[in-house]
Design a protein around this ligand. Structure first.
Ligand SMILES: [Fe+2]
Length: 334
């Protein structure tokens, strides 16, 4: 079973509290602004892999559209509610520690020890979609605070670092009443066909998003404001069930009702085989280092004949790694 559906996910009261948290959290930044400043090849956006594939192919249906409009379609809004010792928003604790999600995670990987890793919210406007991708994985010593996200994804697809990889389960929880925005996923790999899960309020789909390609289909509604969406804008709660997208100067670019917006909360947990495996992760005794990662990948590229001569600049090397190891599903025109 590629995905596990939890329906209902929470009690009615707990689901209402998640909707309340969504509205009371503050404003939401665009995904293109998210991410830690990593030092290797900073010219490449954190998810250069997925964004470029999306613009190049026109998404999973191969739609032909203006490049800037395509980029706006997948530049949705994101805030992180919980990230280990680094972030924890008041009110997220009960969701983070939900026993149903933890049980499903243990079952997915058949590993009995789970530790919540991160909780973040995605908000998509009408007309937005989430480019097909695999999620950012994590390895002992290599996570998104230290290593560019696209490089972590390359590491997963290369399968050269599996002894260090943390098994992570992702539960995608849905709250609210947006239309469209189905979860599309590829249970048989990139060469297989997509399957679709249509979410509804207070449910969750749990799967290994580090291994299974997936994306979100377009949210239904008036998408005309997307042509004016620019990087750096934020989604602001305006009180009640009203929202606005605003420029950095505070000018309103577009207004939406809560039910126009697709809101999901992604929950990730590390899944360990036993306490010894968890202890190895916590002790940092067997961590990967960036130099070893790059050398290992370079050696593999040379063995494949994909690289001869000197190693190119970091950004060019990064693009070669992405093209060599990440094989996206081909578009399937509707
Ligand atoms: Fe994802």
């Amino acid at each position: 079973m590629a995905i596990t559906v939890l329906d209902p996910l929470l009690s009615d009261d707990a689901a209402d509290q998640m909707v309340e948290l969504w509205h009371s959290y503050g404003s939401y930044q665009q995904y293109s602004n998210e991410g830690f400043d990593t030092t290797f090849a900073p010219e490449l956006a954190q998810r250069y892999d997925a964004a470029v594939n999306f613009v190049r192919t026109g998404g999973r249906f191969g739609r032909k559209e203006d490049t800037r409009l395509l980029a706006a379609r997948t530049n949705y809004f994101r805030e992180t509610y919980f990230y280990g010792e680094h972030a924890c928003s008041a009110g997220i604790e009960a969701f983070r520690d939900d026993v149903g999600l933890a049980a499903a995670a243990r079952a997915l990987h058949d590993r009995p020890v789970t530790v919540p890793a991160i909780v973040y919210a995605n908000v998509l406007l009408p007309g937005q979609e989430l480019a097909v991708h695999t999620d950012v994985p994590e390895f002992r010593g290599a996570n998104r605070r230290l290593i560019p996200q696209w490089l972590l994804v390359v590491m997963r697809h290369s399968e050269l670092f599996e002894p260090w990889r943390l098994r992570i389960a992702t539960g995608i929880a849905y709250f609210g009443h947006a239309k469209g925005g189905e979860l599309a996923y590829y249970p048989d790999g990139a060469a297989g066909r997509a399957e679709v899960y249509a979410p509804h309020h207070n449910t969750a789909a749990l799967l290994d998003t580090d291994s299974i390609f997936h994306g979100v289909d377009r949210v239904i509604g008036d998408d005309s404001p997307l042509a004016r969406l620019k990087p750096g804008m934020r989604l602001h709660p305006d009180g009640g069930e009203q929202w606005s997208v605003r420029t950095a100067a505070g000018d309103v670019m577009a207004s939406y009702g809560t039910d126009d917006l697709r809101y999901s909360v992604s929950w990730k947990a590390y899944c360990f085989a036993d306490e010894a495996e968890r202890a190895a992760w916590e002790s940092h005794d067997d961590d990967l280092a960036l130099g070893f990662i790059l050398t290992t990948l370079e050696d593999d590229l040379r063995a494949k004949g994909a690289l001869v001569g000197d190693r190119p600049s970091d950004a060019t090397f990064g693009k070669l790694l992405i093209d060599t190891y990440i094989h996206f599903p081909a578009p399937q025109p509707a």
